[in-house]
Ligand binder design. Structure first.
Ligand SMILES: Nc1nc2c(ncn2[C@@H]2O[C@H](COP(=O)(O)OP(=O)(O)OP(=O)(O)O)[C@@H](O)[C@H]2O)c(=O)[nH]1
Length: 268
């Protein structure tokens, strides 16, 4: 899913143009401009005082005018380029988690609230998948929090590996990831969750020569007719995750009423 960048369409071509000119030529342009202004002012003064050659003074003044226009354009491009970069930077930091590069919780909720309303209005299926790394505290304590940080990045990468364009993945909390799947029925959502669980189990994370067995517990919930807000879906995903933890971790559990009992527990 794309960021809401809100960058005007004319900014990128301008930025490209400025990048082509580059900072070095811009500096030379500025020096040339200052030189031209000096010459122009002196020639205009000479011309106004009725001395010297009026034609050459006018030509020099015109050249200076062009130089001024060129410099003004270049400065404007520079300024726009800076603004564009600053805008992209601030959008990225407002919407992304700095460690994993995934969406932040706030941005996720903002995006998903809209998607959830659409799904409810048009009665299309959608699902929430809550993913939590097992025994993460132990890993932090045994191998350092740097090791934990890198593990978070790895798991984020695995979670994002097979997503569709419309799916929304976020770092939801410390060692928790949340995945919203629009247009996805319960079996589809359970399938995605199980694939993520398997991939994490197989990813083979290592730290300083130690192999660290890694697993995730996953709770899955889907939109139901009796849901009145996104919170209902979030709560059900949370409940399913608790079930997965209580059932020994490294497994996927479905939220209440999502599937018949015989199907609601998938063990990895
Ligand atoms: N390295 C690192 N650790 C974090 C980060 N955010 C939260 N944590 C740690 O994650 C740990 C989460 O611990 P718990 O909530 O007990 O979960 P757990 O140890 O995974 O236990 P279960 O979920 O029950 O399997 C805490 O020790 C937090 O300090 C982070 O950004 N980096």
């Amino acid at each position: 899913m794309q960021d809401d960048l809100n960058v005007p369409a004319w900014l990128p071509p301008l930025r490209l143009a400025l990048q082509r000119v580059g900072p070095g030529p811009l500096r030379w342009l500025f020096c040339a401009f200052v030189g031209l202004v000096c010459v122009a002012v002196s020639q205009l003064l000479v011309s106004l005082m009725g001395q010297g050659d009026r034609l050459s003074a006018a030509v020099i003044a015109a050249v200076c005018g062009l130089g001024l226009a060129a410099l003004f354009s270049a400065s404007l491009l520079g300024l726009l380029s800076h603004l564009d970069r600053a805008l992209r930077y601030s959008v990225r930091y407002a919407t992304r988690d700095s460690l994993t590069g995934l969406y932040s919780r706030r941005h996720f909720l903002h995006q998903v609230e809209r998607e959830w309303s659409l799904a409810r209005r048009y009665e299309t299926p959608c699902a929430l998948v809550l993913i939590d790394i097992d025994h993460f505290k132990r890993i932090n304590e045994a191998y350092s929090s740097r090791c934990g940080d890198l593990l978070l990045r790895e798991v984020a990468g695995v979670c994002g590996e097979t997503l569709r364009h419309a799916d929304v993945l976020a770092r939801y909390g410390g060692e928790e990831f949340m995945l919203f799947l629009p247009h996805t029925d319960p079996l589809g959502a359970l399938d995605v969750a199980e694939r993520i669980r398997e991939r994490v189990e197989r990813m083979g994370y290592g730290w300083n020569g130690h192999s660290i067995p890694t697993s995730v517990s996953i709770g899955v919930a889907v939109l139901k007719l009796n849901h009145t807000g996104l919170d209902d879906l979030l709560n059900e995903a949370g409940e399913a995750l608790h079930l997965a933890k209580a059932d020994g971790r490294n497994c996927v559990r479905a939220g209440p009423g999502l599937l018949p009992d015989s199907l609601s527990a998938i063990r990895g």
